[in-house]
Design a protein around this ligand. Structure first.
Ligand code: BES
Ligand code: MN
Ligand code: ZN
Length: 497
């Protein structure tokens, strides 16, 4: 989708449809709606009074303009109260406008930002929401889909400043990157194998100026990455460990982003129940979020150094599969007793975190659909945040807040480590049923080498079971915006030490 910012009032609208938020305070809440109403001989106000048009949040209605305005239709999106207008509201309202345009196969749309609003925040929110709403899941449908992509979006503002244009461009890039992550998570396990994922990552690196490197199983063997290799042994598909690098910073500080990329998680020998197992094709959403963020970083080129590691493997119960009771040795030399082969995410991340450190990471963030326990704790609304260095954790939380991705910090600590004391190895890969998301994080901490580290458990937030205003049900691309924002801020402020 092409995005541009325009000013100049109603005469500047060059698309057939103008989408505009309508506030409960009425026409006069916005000079632009008041002007539209006046030009339509107060038909808009009459339609509101008659109840044909509503300002209730997320309602849509459309009016024909019969030559009285320079566009053929005005699409009104209920925006609730004027006071509640912010970037998040802009995201959902613009998203609804785009979904409406998609359903009527309208390929170009102008969206008007309310005059009194914070223009930069509104533009950023509107473009981000519009991008996410323009995502299609029809890839594997044989019949022509009923809706069509919006090809171009114009954001109408009162003052077309450099800041507004920069915000629009950044939001477009972040939206595109999130949609890449969503498309990857939608791909079935038989198509997006670790090898195919690694090639998609190579394509992103080539297109966006990132260094690329991939380790195959022999390379991992040489480095002693027994935890990742152990996970992959039950599968006929070889594991891949991808490293992407972006060098835009001047100092030594290097952010390591590590993503769990299980392209299908059957649970292995500790096999999962059949009912929802197909959803585990999305168990690579952490790696997809990291790849999406790297794409955005490659485009935005902030002043920071980033090394990204994608831990790509299947978890299947083939004849060579790891078994409960097996002991694996990770790259950092620690021995792990496997008590449950379904706790595979922490195994691949153990070697992924170590690999990021070996590639020079001084600060770590890992992203993973790690535990069902996190879904129980926070649902599909909020990502679980775990960290052992508060300034670095705060930096991640602040980035999340800025982008509207809801995150909440959970505790960790040595008290939780006891659950994973093994009789014969350094650590067991699973504890008891208590505090499962926390024990998983506590496991990862042992492989983070003592540098500032944050773990994001996106098991609940990586996919939506029902449509939200601007995100269709299915993969959400969660994490892309926060990671990109984090790298950008660190580039501006210097990494918290
Ligand atoms: N990929 C799953 C976690 C998951 C569950 C993600 C639901 C998305 C939705 C992970 O590999 C897993 O199976 N975790 C186990 C760990 C347990 C065996 C200690 C879990 O949460 O049950
Ligand atoms: Mn699992
Ligand atoms: Zn998993």
């Amino acid at each position: 989708m092409q995005v541009s910012v325009e000013s100049g009032g109603l005469e500047a609208v060059s698309t057939e449809v103008l989408a505009i938020p309508l506030f409960e305070e009425g026409m006069e809440a916005s000079p632009l709606t008041a002007e539209i109403d006046r030009r339509l001989n107060v038909q808009l106000a009459s339609a509101v009074t008659a109840g044909h048009v509503s300002a209730k949040l997320n309602r849509t209605s459309s009016l024909l303009t019969f030559g009285m305005l320079p566009f053929t239709r005005v699409l009104l999106i209920g925006a609730g109260k004027l006071d509640d207008w912010d970037a998040a509201r802009a995201r959902s309202v613009a998203g609804i406008a785009v979904r409406q345009a998609r359903s009527t196969r309208q390929s170009a749309l102008t969206f008007a930002v309310p005059e009194d609003a914070d223009i930069v925040g509104s533009v950023a929110g509107a473009v981000h929401g519009a991008m996410l709403a323009n995502f299609s899941t029809a890839q594997y449908k044989s019949n022509e889909p009923e809706d069509a992509d919006v090809e171009s979006l114009t954001v109408l503002v009162t003052a077309n400043t450099d800041e507004a244009r920069t915000a629009a461009e950044k939001a477009r890039i972040m939206g595109e990157a999130a949609n890449l992550a969503r498309a990857l998570a939608n791909e079935p396990g038989n198509i997006l194998t670790p090898s195919v994922f690694a090639e998609r990552a190579r394509a992103v690196a080539d297109a966006h100026g990132l260094e690329y490197d991939v380790l195959d199983e022999d390379g991992m063997q040489e480095r002693g990455y027994g935890a990742l290799l152990g996970t992959s042994r039950g599968s006929a598909e070889p594991a891949k460990l991808v490293t992407l690098r972006y060098s835009g910073g001047t100092g030594e500080a290097t952010i390591g982003l590590v993503g769990k990329g299980i392209t299908f998680d059957s649970g292995g020998i500790s096999i999962k129940p059949a009912a929802q197992m197909h959803r585990m094709k999305g168990d690579m959403s952490g790696a997809a979020a990291v790849l999406g963020a790297m794409r955005a970083i490659g485009e935005l080129r902030p002043k920071a150094n980033v090394v990204a590691v994608l831990c790509l493997s299947e978890n299947l119960p083939g004849p060579a599969a790891m078994k409960p009771g097996d002991i694996l040795t990770a790259g950092n030399g620690k021995t792990i007793e496997i008590l449950n082969t379904d706790a595979e995410g922490r195994l691949v991340l153990a070697d992924g975190l170590f690999h990021a450190l070996s590639q020079g990471a001084t600060h770590l963030v890992d992203v993973a659909t790690l535990t069902g326990a996190c879904v129980v704790a926070l649902g599909s609304v909020t990502t679980g945040v775990f960290g052992d260095h508060q300034p670095w954790t705060d930096a991640v939380l602040k980035a999340a807040q800025h982008t509207g991705e809801r995150m909440w910090q959970m505790p960790i600590g040595p008290e939780y480590r006891r659950q994973m004391d093994s009789d014969i190895a350094d650590i067991a890969n699973a504890g008891n049923r208590e505090a499962g998301a926390i024990t998983a994080a506590t496991f990862l901490q042992e492989f983070a080498g003592g540098v500032p580290w944050v773990h994001l458990d996106i098991a609940g937030t990586a996919r939506l079971e029902t449509d939200s205003p601007h995100v269709a049900k299915g993969p959400t691309g969660v994490g892309v915006a926060t990671l990109t924002q984090l790298v950008e801020t660190v580039g501006r402020d210097d990494a918290p030490s």
